[in-house]
Design a binder for this molecule. Sequence first.
Ligand SMILES: Cc1cc2nc3c(=O)[nH]c(=O)nc-3n(C[C@H](O)[C@H](O)[C@H](O)COP(=O)(O)O)c2cc1C
Length: 196
Amino acid sequence: MLKVLGISGSPRKGGNSETLLAAALEGAREAGAACETVRLNGLSYRGCQACGACLKRTGRCALRDDLDDVYRKLREADIWVLSSPIYYDTVSGQMKLFFDRLRPFVRRKLPGRRAGLIIVAYEDVRRPDYARHARVFAGYLPWFGDFRPVRVLCGERLGGPTAASRRPDLLEKARAAGRTLAGALLKRRGAAGRRR
Ligand SMILES: Cc1cc2nc3c(=O)[nH]c(=O)nc-3n(C[C@H](O)[C@H](O)[C@H](O)COP(=O)(O)O)c2cc1C
């Protein structure tokens, strides 16, 4: 079964970025995927130490902490959905530390085809620079494996914690993104299965 892993970089349970993440997973579930979410804020982990062990030697991170289990889930997932609030014009610290720790996958690329979705939520009116920022993260996923396609979803004008739940336009965009990505991977798998 197709597996989707959601990674939430917000400290707010059920806040805006998590609401959009949940909608994307709902869409993927509609397409037939099994979904799970990891909340980074509940985990204990450090940032990349730049020790080089993963790049030069092992292909694994030398740190032993709560991300151990997340690495396993990331390897098993066909679709990664990373969601974060914007804090001071960039992603949350939780998300940035996590993303830096993905360096082992640069050395040992994930096998097989995957897809990705980057979601950012913020309070300001439309900010093209935030969309660009999300696209920078999206642009790094192909460093870790064969991520095609990778999509970006930006939720603007989301201040209070329940703002996203009152935005049917964004919720539908998120649901459609999850549904489309899962549907595309499943279709490709079906075609590959028929060719074998
Ligand atoms: C520390 C901090 C910094 C923030 N910086 C920005 C910012 O630079 N631009 C912006 O539009 N919103 C900013 N916000 C607002 C959040 O991005 C916004 O409330 C978002 O919807 C929170 O998402 P969440 O509910 O998923 O945590 C900031 C909020 C906090 C707590």
